[in-house]
Design a protein around this ligand. Structure first.
Ligand code: HQG
Length: 174
């Protein structure tokens, strides 16, 4: 497949595996999995194309296992990915844009429409995430203190760090 076709199919797959499975008549199980044969059929594509997207995806957004597929993170539908709580690296990063800063510094990072706040292990990744919305601003998260204070962290299969929220006292501009 050409790159642009991989991206287009990846976006369709994300849409149905994260946000609107019902639009294709799919039902995700509690952990976000759906039968791969059914998914391929309802998407109107082929196993080869779906496997190519999973393998070539720039961010490893999907996992195929035991004849099923799921998105690794980013859901807005209710799923419990069943990820273990783990100790985070001492510092994590969040990419955003300047117009959100006043609210973020007042009330902290909130998951907005997603399940969790998404944090990055590297500044580079946070810059990329922030750039989706304009000129990126990177926030540093004092994850060591959060962890010490009892906040839970999880990490998705593709290395995205997840937290329920980040109170403002743990945030500063990078
Ligand atoms: C902001 C992409 C006001 C937050 C990326 C962000 C990521 C607040 C936006 C993944 C706020 C939410 C997630 C507050 C947070 N007040 N604004 N209190 N708290 N915000 O898209 O982190 O390509 O839900 O800064 O790579 O941008 O989909 O989150 O700008 O990993 O795989 O509210 O999406 O991955 O936006 O991105 P999002 P995000 P995929």
């Amino acid at each position: 497949m050409e790159d642009k076709d991989v991206i287009r199919l990846s976006k369709r797959m994300s849409k149905h595996l994260r946000h609107q499975p019902e639009r294709l008549g799919l039902t995700l199980d509690a952990a976000g999995w759906v039968d791969l044969d059914e998914f391929v059929r309802k998407l109107g594509t082929t196993h080869e194309q779906v496997r190519e997207v999973v393998a070539r995806n720039d961010k490893q957004r999907f996992t195929i296992a035991d004849g099923r597929i799921r998105a690794n993170q980013g859901h807005t539908v209710a799923v419990d990915l069943d990820l273990p709580v783990v100790e985070p690296p001492p510092v994590l990063y969040h990419g955003t844009v300047a117009k959100f800063l006043p609210d973020i510094m007042r009330e902290g990072l909130r998951p907005m429409s997603r399940h969790d706040v998404h944090l990055s292990a590297t500044v580079d990744t946070a810059v990329r995430v922030g750039s989706r919305r304009g000129k990126p601003v990177v926030l540093e998260v004092d994850s060591a203190s959060m962890h010490a204070d009892g906040h839970e962290f999880r990490v998705s299969a593709n290395g995205v760090w997840l937290a329920a929220s980040v109170p403002p006292r743990y945030l500063r501009e990078h």
